[in-house]
Design a protein around this ligand. Structure first.
Ligand SMILES: [Zn+2]
Length: 274
C-alpha cells in the first residue's frame, strides 16, 4: 500500500473512532488520538520539528494528506478545523482496510494496533454501508455475525440470486466457460478476485466473474485451477490424472480473456496452488 494511502487510513480511522462522541473533532484531537493509540510508526525524522513551523514533521505530513481527503469528500469541509469523517469517508476507510488486510508485511506507517482496531469496528462500518449505499444492485447482507464456511456459502448463494447471476448467464450464453455445460440450474457465478477482497465496484463487475459448472467452480474457487494471461488453463499438480479425467479438465482448455479479466486473474493466480 502506498504511503499516502497509509496516512489516509490513519486519519480516517482516528476520525471514525472519535466520531462516536464527537462528529467534528479538531486537528489536534485527531492527531493526538493517532499517537496516543500507538497507531503510527514514527521515524526519527518524523519526530523532528518541521523547518519554519512550530510542528513535528509527521503531524505536518498528515495535515497535508487531510487536504486530499477533504477534496474527495471523505472529510467534512463545512468549517475550518473540522476533521470529521463523512459517510463516503467511512466507505473509503472500509475499502482501504480490505487492501491493507491483504498484506500486513507491506506496512510502513500503520501499526498492527491500528489494523486490529479497524478489524474490530469494521462490521459497524459495513452495516452503515449497507443502509446508506446507493449501489444496492447487489445486496450486502449482515454476514459479519457469521463465520468461516457458512459465511462464505451465504455470500455465494447471494451472488447467485438476482442481478449478478442474470447478467453472468447472459454474458456467457448460459454455458460453463470451460466445458460448455448448458444445464442452467447447475451453473454458478464465480468471482475471480474473491468477494471479500473485492471493493463494491469489483463485486458487481462482470469482468470479475466466470460462469462455471459445479466441478469447475469448486476447482477454481479453491485455486486448484487458474488461467494465464492468454486464458490457458493452469492445473495444480495436486490433481492426479484420474481426477483430471473425472473432473473433466485437461491441459488444452482455454477461456476468453480481456484486459480487465487479466487484472483480476493476476490476483487469483497469487493464490493458485501449484
Ligand atoms: Zn464446466
Amino acid at each position: 500500500m502506498s504511503l499516502e494511502n497509509e496516512k489516509r487510513y490513519l486519519l480516517l480511522l482516528s476520525s471514525y473512532q472519535l466520531s462516536k462522541n464527537n462528529p467534528a473533532p479538531t486537528k489536534a484531537q485527531v492527531l493526538d488520538n493517532i499517537e496516543d493509540n500507538g497507531w503510527i510508526i514514527l521515524t526519527e525524522i518524523d519526530k523532528q520539528k518541521k523547518q519554519n513551523r512550530n510542528e513535528l514533521v509527521w503531524r505536518n505530513d498528515l495535515a497535508f494528506v487531510r487536504k486530499h481527503l477533504a477534496q474527495n469528500g471523505w472529510y467534512n469541509t463545512s468549517e475550518n478545523n473540522n476533521w470529521g469523517i463523512t459517510i463516503e469517508g467511512k466507505k473509503y476507510l472500509n475499502e482501504l482496510h480490505k487492501i491493507i488486510s491483504l498484506d500486513l508485511s507491506d506496512l510502513n506507517k500503520v501499526s498492527l494496533n491500528a489494523v486490529n482496531y479497524a478489524k474490530s469496528v469494521l462490521p459497524n462500518i459495513q452495516n452503515m454501508e449497507a443502509s446508506n449505499s446507493s449501489q444496492n444492485y447487489f445486496e450486502y447482507e449482515n454476514f459479519q455475525n457469521i463465520d468461516g464456511k457458512d459465511r462464505y456459502a451465504l455470500i455465494k448463494a447471494r451472488v447467485n440470486q438476482g442481478a449478478i447471476r442474470k447478467n453472468t448467464l447472459k454474458k456467457y450464453d448460459t454455458q460453463c466457460a470451460l466445458c460448455k455445460l448448458r444445464f442452467e440450474p447447475s451453473l454458478v457465478a464465480s468471482h475471480i478476485k474473491e468477494w471479500a477482497a473485492s471493493d463494491s465496484t469489483e463485486k458487481g463487475d462482470l469482468d470479475n466473474i466466470l460462469l462455471l459448472c459445479p466441478n469447475h467452480d469448486a476447482l477454481f474457487d479453491k485455486h486448484y485451477i487458474s488461467f494465464d494471461n492468454e486464458g490457458k488453463i493452469m492445473i495444480s499438480s495436486k490433481l492426479n490424472n484420474n481426477d483430471r479425467v473425472l473432473l473433466n479438465i485437461h491441459n488444452d482448455m482455454k477461456i476468453d480473456m480481456n484486459d480487465k479479466m487479466k487484472k483480476y486473474m493476476e490476483w487469483h493466480r497469487k493464490k493458485y496452488l501449484q
